[in-house]
Write a protein that binds this ligand. Structure first.
Ligand code: THU
Length: 136
């Protein structure tokens, strides 16, 4: 399962989710798709709000869908945006992704032409705050 190429399916799910993005303020639609370690698939889009800080990222939506669906670990996550620059998850989403990942979890950054970069969660968020920091 780990070796299977899940990119086409993740791209398809992220693109479909992205179509539903609610982005009247930034006009920057994003879709995210997850394959969980138990082999299930989830997706989310960004949902903005007139009170700007109330908006949420596509990654946040996909993670919420995964937790709601009963899965707990991300095996790989694909994030799909458009534009000249390669999409890059915001700092808060890096922390959210890390919470449900292993250091080897794959993060695929994609645009309309496909995956342009893949890295691990450890590369995406080095020196992360985690449970060990809560130890007393
Ligand atoms: N956004 C995401 O959904 N994911 C990212 O990785 C980067 C940014 C959203 C947040 C906001 O709705 C819009 O893109 C512009 O920042």
């Amino acid at each position: 399962m780990q070796e299977m190429n899940n990119i086409p399916k993740l791209l398809e799910l992220a693109a479909a989710a992205r179509q539903n993005a609610h982005v009247p303020y930034s006009h920057f639609a994003v879709g995210a798709a997850i394959r969980s370690s138990d082999g299930r698939f989830y997706a989310g889009c960004n949902v903005e709000n007139v009170s700007y800080p109330c908006g949420s990222c596509a990654e946040t939506g996909a993670i919420a869908a995964m937790i709601t669906g009963g899965s707990r670990e991300i095996a790989e996550i694909l994030i799909l945006g458009a534009g000249k620059e390669l999409i890059s998850p915001c700092g808060a989403c890096r922390q959210r992704i890390k919470e449900f990942s292993s250091p080897q979890t794959l993060v695929h950054l994609a645009d309309a032409f496909g995956v342009r970069k893949t890295c691990t969660v450890a590369e995406l968020l080095p020196f992360a705050f985690d449970e060990k920091d809560l130890a007393r």
